[in-house]
Design a binder for this molecule. Sequence first.
Ligand code: NAI
Length: 249
Amino acid sequence: MRLEGKVAIITGGASGIGYATVRKFVQEGARVVVADINLAAAQAVADEFTTSASAPVSAVQVDVSDFAAVEAAVAHAVAVFGKLDVIFNNAGIAGGKPLLDHDPAVDYAPMIRIDQDGVYYGILAAGRQFRDQGTGGVIISTSSIYGEQAAELSFTYSAAKAAVISFTRSAAYELAQFGVRAVAITPGRVGTPIINQFSDELKATFAAEQLRNKMTEPEEIANVVAFLASDEANVINGTVVSVDDGYSV
Ligand code: NAI
């Protein structure tokens, strides 16, 4: 129970990596706010963990591109569970077009608002809460292998995911005085709805890009996130933890 007594917000917790992380956090003793734009799916996750004896998961609807909504999610965690110890800024969207086919209003701004601004808002809102509580805290944010390299159809996505890495370093630097750690993770190819929408042929290509020729399971990422959120990871700060099964060697 390495997260016993901790309270966490997981954005994008209704699906994929976020959902697997909710499961893992609850197993490790945490209480979790699932903050997702899809309220019905988030509520279904909360219901899944609710028994007559306990309700360790609470759902809240959040569009992470709306700062007021992210602040409200932090306030929700404090109202329901009394405090906040961890935020996992994980909500995101993927996809893209060749650069020269871009319509900036469609292919740039909306993705930046979610994948980049959404993480900034999470860091800012949670950081203020950690400062005010005086208890420290942990900020984990989902970047991507594409945050560190160029790839097809990823001009905007790569920019946003690179910003997540920069935010993490700067947040660690600025918030250390309040006992806060910040870590980014860079998944490679993870079998979630974001990826499962593609053809079997493309998925096989994705798997072959990882050294052991297998797609990563969301649970494998969740295991690492739980470790990073725990006190056992106390010296991992302001850095990127690669979780790509050798994609980037
Ligand atoms: P997913 O599509 O299974 O889950 C994303 C969740 O985010 C969904 O529940 C969705 O409703 C929520 N969401 C989307 N927009 C939102 C918004 N504006 N506000 C709040 N919630 C919102 O995707 P997956 O794969 O679990 O992705 C999670 C994170 O991992 C994303 O940031 C993605 O970019 C990143 N990632 C995923 C990889 C993969 O291979 N699946 C690889 C590298 C990074």
